[in-house]
Design a protein around this ligand. Structure first.
Ligand code: B3K
Ligand code: ZN
Length: 850
């Protein structure tokens, strides 16, 4: 373990002492000795008091430096350099040497399959040259790239291009984290977009030769995103070209560099044969997300990294709106809530809890979290619900008009809403500063035609927020009559107190409440409800989210009982599911979501919440038993539904076909529990697209019958990295609990286990961490194996290592034996010599020691 890294605090923010008027960079590319020449025009910042000239720089070899053409000898440390500078404006010049080939951390300038590419957010530009690498320093960049590569790209518009040399100019001032460079042997799929003001934009999706056939969908998604942002937010694209590049080695999904988005190839490349419906949906959402950053993130950026949710929460919210418009809004909302509960709730309720706007960090890369992104988006959704559609639109217009070209804060963001609506958002702002998931309990009263709901909110205290205060909660409520008719359409109740009552008068009979419709606030709703009422809402709720929620709650209650005291599922659940399955007036995609069970980790969390120590094996067994019971209960319906979901005609990843295939997949999984995998084997043999092939293979693995198909699948796809990632992942996610670590271990010995590739590492070790009962096997083999690999990966790629440490974040909920096993692994990781700052911070926080 290394010495504790310094902690950076939001309260210490101070502007940089200088403004940057222009940046000129020249790159002479060479794999292990790239030269970067920079010429930067500085002038004193009138808003700053501290005039020390410090430029960030890491892993750089300084060749020479000059100020106003005079050589200088700066004081250089591992973090950067300091230098005496003139009182007025001056030009800084430096030449540094860097080693892209040796850069395995995939941050800064690095190489992937012979291609040069960059990743600078959050603080990677300092690995390229000396610079004030902070988002509030914005400048205009001109970049010359010299190298023997057919394609040489950077941000902005092309200025000139000749063999072995290209010059790019980006007219929009930007922080260094949005800088990008790509050089390599690439081919483009090209298209055009005409903006609302009639400007022609050249669009290119750059890929390695051989991947051209996987670009069509991404390109369509880009054009749809560009049109949507004009129609819904009035945002027009602002350069002559928009380039996207697919890269195989990438730490995250994608990056919104100005005019030159860089994508993990898994987040952009797709063909029907190689990508599933879920892959297509994810690609559409990520393309939209990165494109939308052009305004929310790039034109208006963050003052400092504590404000990350300013761009990420808003952009996630925008991409969710886009997907809801392109596809099914209820399906999108339900899948987002499933994801929030799976990833954000455990974070917010465990040792990694932090506010949407954190107040301190050691390594900012550790704060690209579900809380900043997804809870950050929920906060914007609540704000919109509270102020209404038209005030939201007006506030956004004001935000763009007032802050274009600036680096902003959450205060700036809230101020536009206050100015437009006249509302005081002081209390609402607590959503940005308080960690923890609020619990919302409800009691009800019925007398003399008045129905009263009394809510109590309570956010459990945490290390991050020891003394939580009441939040503003928008609670959407509707009331149903005994026959299922809606007696009160959805109303948004605005709760501001710790306890607050809302009365509904003039009712002729006691209604059935539908509370928290659309999941209007990211809380845990605690309400004593019997199975009969849940079944009633499952059958009748007019709000699709709450209809799904009722079925989900029935499944969760059933599984919790089965996993603790045993017993069998009741008729409310089984008959309720049958009615949903048979209701062909319901969207197949929605029916598929209804049939899915809560995840085992979610159940473990729910049990822990209820004061029971979760037993991963018992949860797994309950979950298996419920699936089999459900399959038997529905068996007379399954074949007919499968037939009704059959698609004739060419594959299209559209909402209609996607929904049908999702329902067919859920039904096939149930059939496989009854026929030993026969139907799945037939589907596998016939499948002409990856969705059908993979869902059949998963069913075969569950049935213990997939051996031949696993071998055949490998032979068929061994040349396709993205498909082979699926092959690794599927075998691990469907391994039985006592085999999961062994299966993973065996796969890490496979010749194709390129552990330095983040996609392959995640497909393998990430799948182990997601196999709940397998990872938490009582002998600790899962914990040990993951820790072994994290220790191995850390010196190579700290970012990916640190992210995967969160697999351990739920440790306090398990039994003493498992806790001791996990702690031993956490201690072992932390004791590793020279452990990265990223991983040190994560493990220390998980242990509650930071
Ligand atoms: N802004 C990037 C994420 C950068 C992560 C840095 N560790 C992708 C996105 O949110 O769009
Ligand atoms: Zn983003």
């Amino acid at each position: 373990m290394r010495d504790a890294a310094p902690t950076i605090y939001l309260k210490d923010y101070a502007p940089f002492g200088f403004l940057v008027d222009s940046v000129h960079l020249t790159f002479d590319l060479a794999p292990d000795a790239t030269r970067v020449h920079s010429r930067i025009a500085f002038r004193p910042n009138p808003d700053a008091t501290d005039r020390r000239f410090f430029l960030h720089g890491e892993n750089l070899t300084l060749i020479r430096a000059a100020i106003d053409d005079q050589s200088v000898a700066p004081e250089v440390t591992e973090q950067g350099l300091s230098c005496a500078v003139p009182d007025g404006a001056f030009t800084w010049e430096a030449e540094v040497e860097i080693d892209p080939q040796g850069n395995t951390a995939l941050e800064g300038l690095y190489m992937s399959n012979g291609m040069y590419c960059t990743q600078c957010e959050a603080e990677g530009f300092r690995k390229i040259t000396y610079y004030p690498d902070r988002p509030d320093v914005m400048s205009v960049f001109t970049v010359q790239i010299n190298g023997p590569h057919p394609v040489l790209l950077s941000n902005g518009n092309p200025v000139s291009s000749e063999p072995n040399r290209a010059v790019w100019h980006d007219p929009w001032p930007k922080p260094a984290y949005l800088f990008a460079l790509v050089a390599g042997d690439l081919v483009a799929r090209s298209d055009r977009f005409e903006t609302c003001s009639g400007k022609q934009v050249d669009l290119n999706l750059w890929v390695r030769p051989g991947d051209e056939g996987k670009c069509a969908f991404g390109m369509e998604a880009l054009k749809k995103s560009m049109a949507w942002d004009e129609q819904v937010y009035g945002r027009e694209y602002d350069l002559d070209v928009f380039n996207i590049v697919a890269v195989d080695d990438f730490n995250m999904g994608a990056m919104e560099n100005k005019g030159l988005n860089i994508f993990n190839s898994s987040a952009v490349l797709a063909s029907p044969e190689t990508a599933t419906d879920a892959n297509f949906e994810r690609i559409e959402a990520i393309i939209a997300h990165e494109y939308f950053h052009n305004w929310t993130g790039n034109r208006i950026t963050c003052r400092d990294w504590f404000q990350l949710c300013l761009k990420e929460g808003l952009t996630v919210f925008r991409d969710a709106q886009f997907t809801a418009d392109m596809r099914s809004a209820p399906v999108k909302r339900i899948t987002d809530v499933i994801d929030l509960r799976a990833r954000q709730f455990p974070e917010d309720q465990g040792p990694l809890a932090h506010p949407v706007r954190p107040e301190s960090f050691q390594e900012i890369n550790n704060f690209y979290t579900a809380t900043v992104y997804e809870k950050g988006a929920e906060v914007i959704g609540m704000l919109k619900r509270l102020v209404g559609e038209s005030a939201y639109a007006e506030a956004l217009d004001l935000y763009f008009a007032r802050h274009d070209g600036q680096a902003c804060t959450i205060e700036d963001w809230l101020a536009v809403f206050q100015d437009v609506t006249g509302r005081d958002l002081g209390q609402f702002k607590r959503w940005y500063s308080q960690a923890g998931t609020p619990r919302l309990s409800v009691t009800e009263d019925w007398r003399n035609g008045t129905y009263t709901l009394t809510f109590t909110q309570n956010t459990p205290p945490s290390a991050a927020t020891p003394d939580p205060q009441p939040l503003v909660l928008p609670i959407d409520v509707g009331l149903l009559g005994a026959n299922g008719d809606e007696v009160l359409a959805t109303q948004t109740l605005e709760m501001t107190e710790a306890t607050q009552s809302f009365a509904f008068e003039g009712l002729s009979a006691r209604p059935v409440p539908s509370i928290l419709r659309g999941f209007s606030a990211p809380v845990v709703l605690e309400r004593a409800t019997d199975a009969a009422e849940r079944a009633f809402l499952l059958a009748h709720d007019t709000d699709p989210f709450n209809r799904w929620e009722a079925g989900r709650a029935l499944a969760r209650d059933t599984l919790m009982t089965m996993a603790t005291t045993g017993g069998a599922p009741g008729a409310d659940y089984l008959d309720g599911m049958q009615a949903v399955l048979r209701d062909d007036g319901l969207d197949p995609g929605f029916r598929a979501l209804m049939l899915a069970q809560p995840g085992q980790s979610e159940l473990a969390g729910a049990l822990a919440d209820a004061g029971t120590v979760p037993d991963p094996d018992a949860i797994w067994q309950a979950s298996e038993a419920l699936k089999t019971t459900l399959a038997r209960h529905l068996q007379d319906d399954l074949a007919a539904i499968l037939a009704a979901c059959r698609i004739d005609g060419p594959y299209r990843p559209d909402p209609d076909q996607t929904g049908k295939r999702a329902l067919a997949g859920a039904v096939l999984a149930l059939i496989s529990r009854l026929d030993g995998g026969a139907a799945a084997a037939a589907q596998y043999a016939e499948a002409d697209n990856m969705t059908l092939q993979l869902s059949a293979l998963a069913c075969l693995l569950v049935a213990g019958k997939g051996e031949n198909q696993i071998a055949a699948f490998y032979d068929q796809w061994q040349q396709d990295r993205l498909v082979i990632d699926k092959w690794f992942g599927l075998q691990i996610s469907h391994a039985e609990p006592d085999m999961a670590a062994a299966v993973t271990d065996a796969l890490t010995r496979h010749a194709d286990f390129n552990w330095k590739n983040p996609n392959r590492f995640r497909a393998t070790l990430g799948a182990l961490a997601m196999n709940h009962a397998g990872f938490h096997a009582a002998d600790g083999a899962g914990y040990r194996l993951l820790a072994d690999w994290l220790i191995r990966l850390d010196p190579v790629n700290p970012q990916t290592t640190a992210r995967m440490c969160s697999a351990f974040q739920t440790w306090p909920r398990y039994d003493a034996g498992r806790q001791a096993l996990i702690r031993a692994q956490l201690d072992r990781i932390l004791a590793t010599p020279d452990l990265s700052r990223d991983t040190t911070e994560m493990i220390s926080r998980i242990l509650g020691a930071a």
